[in-house]
Design a protein around this ligand. Sequence first.
Ligand code: ADP
Ligand code: MG
Length: 213
Amino acid sequence: MLSDHQFQGESHIEVNNLTLQYHSDIPPTLDHLSIAFPKAQITAVIGPSGCGKSTLLRCLNRLLEPPPESIFIGGKDLTTIPVLELRRDVSMVLQAASIFPGTVRDNLLFGPTLTQQSPNPKELSQLLDTVHLPTKILDSDASQLSGGQAQRVSIARALANKPKVLLLDEPTSALDPAATRTIEKSLTDLNGTDLSGFSCSPSMRDFSKGFTT
Ligand code: ADP
Ligand code: MG
């Protein structure tokens, strides 16, 4: 598994000698993996199918339990952070957009409502702008969106929770090249915000020129 660049600066996520074995009778999927991800940047992580990208993502929000002191977020051992607290800060976007029934607005308000927050119309509009969707789409039936639009709503819905870390698991693999480029542009635009993140993909071919951070 490759990160697309080496960096010298401050890191937000540090993976330190992480070994993850699903069953004792098969070799570890992640074998002494050490990798550091820079703060406030979206990093592309490239690796062939089966190399452990999703496994790493699942460790990062504790869908899988990593060994203690093998992953640090903001300097804190991930396994010491209560799971619900961690998942408020670490949001995951999956390969296939998972859209909830209702309008785009319902989708964006889902997370904030759980934490008794309600983004105002301007914030909703800004969220959509981040993923290059027009404000007028707020009242559209989310089930009628194209694959690319649905994935962009999934990303906006994750961002509505104001996460510190965004994990994207092959977010464009089901999309056509034009939809892929729009999502990449949205992710590139997130560089320079406080958000740290990484986007997994099977090969560099999935990224058009200009995405790498
Ligand atoms: P990637 O996302 O890079 O395609 P995965 O993390 O999904 O790779 O899988 C890495 C390896 O771990 C694969 O060999 C896969 O078969 C294995 N694996 C994934 N999930 C499980 C599981 N729940 N139980 C056993 N093996 C698994
Ligand atoms: Mg995967």
